[in-house]
Design a protein around this ligand. Structure first.
Ligand SMILES: C[S@@+](CC[C@H](N)C(=O)[O-])C[C@H]1O[C@@H](n2cnc3c(N)ncnc32)[C@H](O)[C@@H]1O
Length: 201
């Protein structure tokens, strides 16, 4: 009998198409709906391992692509990868030495899930706030930000933080998201640049 993942048709087709995980379909769906990544955009992807978003990004843009994860990412042609915690300012500094400013920050990072919805949501919101802080420190004016989060009581406060920094913000549940999951993506376009804000430079 196959594993939970090998019985999942989305996983099976992702692997069949050469992607490292089924998460590839989430970014492909977001791109089909929002056309957020353009052919010359530079991208920093936070929480990249095993690297299927990086594979999708490599096909969408000729710009510089940097992936960051706590776990090592197997090499991918044309992509720079960094093993580390993106909430650590030293990692931000390392990324900035490669590309600054950047057109797009994507973040599919999630903490290890406990199964307790409110606890997991609080932890992903912490990570989301860190991703937003990272994005504000490196995005160019007019840049875009995609971040995975979970619906729950802290969601609206985080959404308000994102709205305060981007001209256009949408909330989207991808077709590849599993039934019953609270996972959702925030698609934020057109960064309102405020380089002199404390903590962003
Ligand atoms: C769902 S996976 C990402 C899948 C990826 N988008 C893909 O397409 O292959 C979530 C990742 O977030 C990473 N992560 C969680 N917290 C992180 C942090 N603070 N810094 C860097 N990576 C983090 C985890 O190590 C994990 O690999």
């Amino acid at each position: 009998m196959g594993s939970q993942w090998s019985r999942d048709p989305t996983y099976t087709s992702a692997i069949g198409e050469g992607y490292r995980s089924r998460a590839s379909y989430k970014l492909l769906d977001i791109q089909a709906k929002f056309e957020i990544i353009r052919p010359t955009d530079s991208v920093v992807d936070l929480g990249s391992a095993p690297g299927s978003w990086l594979q999708v990004l490599r096909n969408l843009t000729e710009g510089v692509i940097v992936g960051v994860d706590l776990s090592p990412i197997a090499p991918l042609q044309g992509v720079t990868t960094i093993t580390g915690d993106f909430t650590n300012p030293l990692i931000l500094a390392q990324v900035k030495r490669i590309i600054d400013p950047v057109s797009i920050v994507t973040c599919d990072a999630s903490p290890k899930l406990s199964g307790k919805k409110s606890y997991d949501q609080a932890r992903i919101i912490d990570l989301n706030e860190e991703a937003l802080r990272f994005a504000k420190a490196i995005l160019k004016q007019g840049g875009n930000f995609i971040v995975k989060t979970f619906q729950g009581e802290l969601f609206n406060d985080f959404l308000a933080d994102v709205r305060a920094n981007f001209y256009s913000v949408r909330v989207y549940r991808t077709k590849a998201t599993r039934k019953g999951s609270t996972e959702t993506y925030i698609i934020a376009k057109n960064y309102i640049h405020a380089r002199n804000e404390p903590g962003t430079d």
